[in-house]
Design a protein. Structure first.
Length: 88
């Protein structure tokens, strides 16, 4: 099979679908934890994450926002929510 004939496809991580496709599978859980630890630079490292279903859609197309709440637990046993948004 020649791969030169296959068009490139990209996943937009700013969408609910794309973010959960990249980071929301058990196989990629460690990838998300590493990403959050690198991005946030907390005193205590995140050890576990769980997704919360918190997507809210606006009444009009222009009002729509993607919200991803990630329930985190660090190595001290503290629990907190990381909220990721893409909005104008």
């Amino acid at each position: 099979m020649k791969f030169d004939d296959i068009p490139d496809r990209y996943v937009n991580p700013y969408t609910d679908f794309g973010f959960k496709l990249l980071f929301g599978t058990p196989m990629n859980k460690e990838l998300l934890i590493g990403f959050l630890n690198s991005l946030l630079g907390l005193d205590s490292e995140i050890r576990d994450v769980t997704y919360l279903n918190a997507e809210q859609l606006g009444a009009f197309e222009g009002d729509r926002k993607a919200v991803f709440d990630v329930y985190c637990e660090n190595d001290r046993g503290e629990k907190f929510i990381v909220e990721m948004q893409k909005a104008s």
